[in-house]
Design a protein around this ligand. Structure first.
Ligand code: NAP
Length: 280
């Protein structure tokens, strides 16, 4: 396959580029400096010229708290930008794999969300991502919208990297224990996106690390696997307010047989830590 990756300089984008290369695909990697997805003309001409079989859209405004202060800025990338990529992919005859998020759900559930569950984003970020999903579907091309969650990967700003950095400096950290989700290693998600790119199934897919846990449990397991002696104290979301509300429960499951299943999140953590050790 010839695969074009947008947002190729991001945490997930870099792993998609690596995974595509490792799988023997021909890769066109476009970071933000090479292709701004908010520029409809630039997107149309880049996708028109690339003659790609598939496009994996990893470009996004991912700062959840900053989106609350600048919803228009977030919408330009996550909603309008996604629409630009989707229309250009449809015009070029390329299949689109578009990445979305568990934050499109309100978090009031007590069992994992499946693809057909009602959405209800609680944050500006979640609303812009949901608008992006709708724009992708409306463009009318062949597409897979992949909702994933709690990503961590090499080189990106993510919870696991942050907590490990804190653990190296402190004896004790405090982490929220009343938000539950599915931590997902980008190194596991990337090949799954390529699998969906090579297929033909349409619509929304939930693809996240197996199992589920709280941020507190994730921190405990990260320290355990990394051999860091740092105590993790639990706290509530109310005790640690943030600008953007987060869903209390956003674990994902799939009701679709075509959805690739990822290894348990603990294995994702192990793969991430192994990658860090190699690159250190
Ligand atoms: N991180 C998570 O926990 C999480 C969870 C669920 C779903 N997701 C989704 O996963 C996808 C990948 O996110 P990530 O975690 O890899 O985040 P990331 O590291 O922030 O990657 C996003 C990339 O998009 C780029 N970008 C921003 N605005 C752009 C624009 N106008 N045109 C082109 N590129 C632009 C960013 O460039 P700059 O860095 O230069 O701004 C960055 O390289 C996103 O769709 C995100 O919504 C993430």
């Amino acid at each position: 396959m010839r695969v074009l990756v947008t947002g190729a300089g991001g945490m997930l984008g870099r792993d998609v580029v690596r995974a595509a290369g490792a799988a023997g695909h021909d890769v066109v990697a476009l970071a933000r400096a090479e292709l701004d997805v908010t520029d409809a003309e630039a997107v149309a001409s880049a996708l028109g010229e690339a003659r790609a079989d598939a496009v994996v859209n990893c470009a996004a405004w991912t700062d959840v708290d900053a989106a609350e202060a600048d919803p228009q800025g977030a919408a330009a990338v996550n909603a309008a930008g996604a629409g630009n990529v989707a229309r250009a992919a449809a015009a070029a005859g390329a299949r689109l794999v578009h990445v979305s998020t568990d934050y499109v759900f309100d978090g009031a559930a007590s069992a994992p969300y499946v693809e057909s569950d009602a959405t209800g984003p609680r944050s500006a970020y979640g609303r812009t991502k949901l608008d992006g999903e709708r724009a992708v579907a409306a463009a009318g091309g062949s597409h897979a919208i992949v909702r994933s969650s709690w990503l961590f990967g090499e080189g990106g700003r993510n919870f696991v990297a942050t907590v490990l950095a804190l653990g190296a400096e402190r004896d004790e950290v405090t982490v929220v224990s009343d938000q539950v989700g599915c931590p997902t290693a980008t190194v596991h998600l990337a090949p799954a996106l390529l699998e969906l790119a090579a297929g033909e199934a349409q619509g929304v897919f939930h693809v996240a690390g197996g199992g589920r846990c709280s941020w507190h449990e994730l921190a405990v397991e990260a320290f355990r696997q990394a051999g860091v002696a740092c105590r993790v104290l639990p706290c509530t979301t109310a005790e640690m307010p943030r600008p953007a509300p987060r869903p209390a429960f956003s674990a994902l499951a799939s009701e679709r047989p075509e959805s690739p299943a990822l290894p348990p999140w603990q294995e994702g953590l192990a793969a991430y830590l192994a990658g860090r050790a190699v690159r250190a």
